[in-house]
Ligand binder design. Structure first.
Ligand code: ADP
Ligand code: MG
Length: 246
């Protein structure tokens, strides 16, 4: 099996990169072979979360332009040697087309159980490229209207390009804040509005944020790590709970 999963959101800052890293780490812990590709071209960040920024010479634009072989742009994460990482380019000068990116992923995916692709915010060409090789998608949203609107938009874009295996991750969930905002009666309303089945409910967790921002992903534990473990198992079809009920 090799699943290619794009993680998207429409709106920026919902936690796509955090979910990509948390999920990839969880999959590796279950002995899955994982390639994590940062396709947020011009705004890469996953290398920082995994403390790999110093090591990276080639990124995915080098791999598609022939500056290096595709395997030469794959780095083993220092934090977690079993997790393979391909970085996004720093600039957007050399935009990667959807068909070229798909070709790159097709070439590499045979060696992995999962290819996880982080995507940029928005519904433009960067998103189209990130999603092109995927057969599944995770939409990451926060439980607030502007973010939910982004989730609805990105869902229709995903369906338009032929991806209909889509699940919802609600991230940064804080029950007290949710109740205080008063935008929705309950979480079911959020899920209904996105029109997407829920697969994970990730709590607002400052410790998780600190782990990611300090480059400790894969090394430290926080409550949200348990949720990513459940997410990874649910993706594989295991019947495990969401692990977090707020
Ligand atoms: N569950 C969470 N709890 C607390 N902070 C989070 C959570 N998920 C993400 N964050 C923080 O929110 C910010 C945006 O996350 P990021 O993953 O970079 O979003 P995106 O990739 O969608 O732009 C970062 O500071 C990150 O550490
Ligand atoms: Mg990001």
């Amino acid at each position: 099996m090799n699943d290619v999963i794009v993680v998207a959101s429409g709106k920026g800052g919902t936690g796509k990169s955090t979910v990509c890293v948390g999920l990839s780490v969880a999959l590796v812990k279950q002995n899955k072979r994982v390639l994590l590709i940062d396709c947020d071209c011009g705004m890469r960040g996953i290398d920082l979360m995994l403390d790999a920024d110093e090591e990276i010479l080639f990124d995915c634009s080098d791999a598609v332009s022939g500056n290096c072989k595709p395997e030469e742009a794959v780095y083993r994460s220092k934090n977690m040697r079993e997790l393979d990482l391909m970085a996004a380019p720093f600039d957007t000068d050399n935009e990667i087309s959807p068909s070229v990116f798909r070709q790159l992923v097709d070439e590499l995916k045979g060696s992995y159980d999962y290819v996880i692709i982080d995507s940029p915010a928005g519904i433009g060409s960067g998103f189209a490229t990130a999603a092109a090789p995927a057969d599944k998608a995770l939409i990451v949203t926060n439980a607030e209207p502007t973010s939910v609107r982004g989730a609805v938009k990105i869902r229709s874009k995903l369906i338009a390009i032929g991806i209909d295996d889509i699940r919802l991750v609600i991230n940064r969930f804080d029950r007290a804040q949710f109740d205080q905002l008063g935008c929705y009666n309950d979480l079911d309303e959020v899920i209904d509005r996105t029109g997407t089945r829920l697969i994970a409910l990730v709590p607002f967790d400052l410790r998780l944020s600190a782990i990611m921002q300090n480059g400790y992903a894969g090394l430290n534990w926080s409550p949200a790590v348990t949720v990513f473990d459940c997410l990874s198992r649910r993706l594989a079809g295991e019947n495990v709970p969401l692990a977090f009920t707020g």
